[in-house]
Design a protein. Structure first.
Lengths: 333, 223
């Protein structure tokens, strides 16, 4: 007789747990080296408190239930929102910036038959009270070191800007409603639908070309030049912040592993400026991501700029195993 | 925001892997590949193989509805499938890059040409029974047009459902409309037009950007 466990959950046995713990330790060592301190927050919080992050944070928590006196409780879907609450509560008078990291589990709803995890490990940092571009550059540097420590020397950090395309739409004079529709298509990665929607906009043909082409620009700093050539002043203004961030990253000597992506948008709604995604050639899934969320802290009564990232530990672990396998095959071959 | 997919497959290195749909889009896809200089002779033959190497690509053949699954997981870098298949996916963790233009057909609401149960049931019962292979598209269509439908998912010939009394109407993909006519059905409403689309894995789209853009450019020009 087997005793079932809910869909999306799983048991972890000693071999895997040992490797996951070793990975966590390596990442923690990097985070500590950069001056970050580890925190833990409650698995279950008040739904109303987490919901302060707004419906922009994607979706309500996957697991919600009533406490003893009828209050609505929720399990966290990520660590960024609980840490925003923690900083507002416990670092109210602290000198900024605050540097925190976590190795914790988060919980999300799973869709049936998709092989999804409803409970998973995340490792990440939050840098609260440091604006752009300094804070962003620091976090990219921590992320780069973390990937090296995980043995993912070939991993690439995609760098975009959550406001870039919105600003571009505004600057070429696209109306509010139309803007929302185009952004929705970009967030859904539907470049065919986006081109069709842009075709129907009441803007000039040159503007239409720019709006269609920009989301596909990704790669080295040359994509910024191409964007500027294509769209002139308007585009130059929209990519200015991303260009500055990238320049500063280049000064730190880690531009080699950063790929610019003018069409990047993240599913979580609270990002305001730079956004990050992590890719490794050994894996078809994104390893993690993050970015600036300069408006989130304000929702908890402490308007402070903030930036962070989270890595999906199980995915990093699988990528690590794949990289080891590829390396050993190359040595034998 | 839903659960996190636990990847089990490695993204392959070497030539780009393109998922090629068997079925209605197969011939159009092979013609397009021929035109950009990818020899598809082997795929057109009697071979039972599913994987072919040609023209600097690895071509993996599969059912059209499996294409998004392979591309999402990175088991294929790119894939070609119908817009109907993409519309039926509830979340889209891949890029839709190109409308390839061929394989045109329409997603329609069709009902028996004689004896109008659709209108009567909408009026008297407040809901219509719809049989379909595309439950999400059908539900969304009725929701967006402010109506109620009981959607029944069937796997085989949908035309059988109104004829046998399982449902009042169907939501299905039609090409020439001949199957509908032969079963006494007619198109009542158009839901969407569908053509073949090129989709890309999220990671491959970033890490192999130049190769993917180059191939997409050739496929677009080959129409």
């Amino acid at each position: 007789m087997t005793h079932p466990i809910p869909p999306g959950s799983r048991d972890i046995l000693p071999d895997e747990m040992g490797e996951l713990r070793a990975l966590q330790a390596r990442l923690a060592a990097v985070f500590e080296r950069f001056g970050y301190g580890e925190v833990a927050t409650p698995t279950v919080e008040y739904d109303a408190v987490l919901a302060r992050a707004g419906d922009v944070s994607g979706a309500p928590a996957a697991h919600r239930f009533f406490g003893r006196s009828g209050e609505l409780l929720a399990m966290r879907a990520d660590m960024t929102v609980p840490i925003a609450r923690l900083v507002a509560n416990r670092y109210a008078t602290a000198e900024m910036p605050v540097r925190l990291f976590y190795n914790a589990r988060a919980y999300r709803e799973v869709r049936p038959q998709r092989g999804q995890m409803g409970e998973f490990f995340q490792a990440g940092v939050e840098l609260v009270g440091a604006g752009a571009p300094d804070g962003t550059v620091e976090v990219v540097e921590v992320l780069s070191a973390a990937l090296d420590a995980a043995g993912l020397g070939r991993a690439v950090i995609g760098l975009g800007d959550a406001a870039l395309y919105r600003q571009l739409l505004e600057e070429v004079g696209v109306a509010d409603d139309d803007r929302a529709r185009v952004l929705e298509l970009l967030a859904a990665r539907d470049l065919v639908g986006l081109a069709a929607e842009v075709d129907g906009l009441r803007v000039g043909s040159r503007e239409r070309e720019v709006l269609t082409a920009i989301p596909s620009l990704r790669g080295g700093p040359e994509v910024l030049d191409r964007a500027r050539e294509m769209g002139g002043e308007v585009t130059a203004r929209a990519v200015a912040r991303l260009a500055e961030t990238h320049e500063r990253i280049a000064e730190r000597g880690i531009a080699g592993r950063v790929a610019l992506d003018l069409g990047l948008l993240r599913d979580l709604g609270y990002y305001t400026g730079a956004i990050l995604e992590v890719y490794d050639p050994a894996l078809g899934h994104v390893l993690g991501g993050g970015g600036r969320y300069d408006e989130l802290m304000g929702r908890f009564g402490r308007p402070l700029p903030a930036v962070g990232f989270a890595l999906y530990l199980e995915r990093v672990h699988i990528a690590q195993a794949e990289e080891e396998r590829i390396a050993s095959e190359e040595t034998v071959g | 925001m839903s659960g996190v997919a636990r990847p089990t497959r490695a993204l392959r290195e070497g030539p780009l892997r393109l998922a090629v749909p068997r079925g209605a889009l197969f011939a159009g896809t092979l013609d397009r590949l021929d035109r950009i200089g990818v020899d598809t002779g082997e795929l057109r033959g009697q071979s039972r193989s599913l994987v072919f190497e040609s023209g600097g690509l690895v071509l993996v053949t599969m059912r059209p509805s499996d294409v998004p699954t392979y591309v999402e997981a990175g088991a294929a870098d790119l894939g070609i499938t119908g817009k109907d298949v993409l519309m039926e996916r509830s979340d889209r963790a891949f890029y839709e890059l190109l409308d390839l233009g061929y394989g045109g057909c329409r997603m329609v609401l069709a009902a028996p040409a004689s004896g109008d149960h659709v209108d009567e049931h909408e009026r008297r019962l407040g809901a219509v029974r719809i049989a379909t292979k595309y439950p999400r598209i059908a539900e969304r269509f009725f929701e967006e047009t402010g109506r109620r439908a009981e959607v029944i998912e069937v796997k085989g010939s949908v035309e059988l459902a109104p004829v046998s009394g399982l449902a009042d109407a169907i939501v299905d993909l039609v090409d020439t409309g001949r199957t509908l006519r032969e079963n006494g059905l007619e198109v009542r409403e158009e839901i969407a037009a569908s053509t073949a689309r090129l989709i890309a894995n999220r990671v491959a789209h970033k890490l192999r950007a130049a190769e993917i853009d180059e191939l997409a450019g050739r496929l677009a020009a080959g129409s």
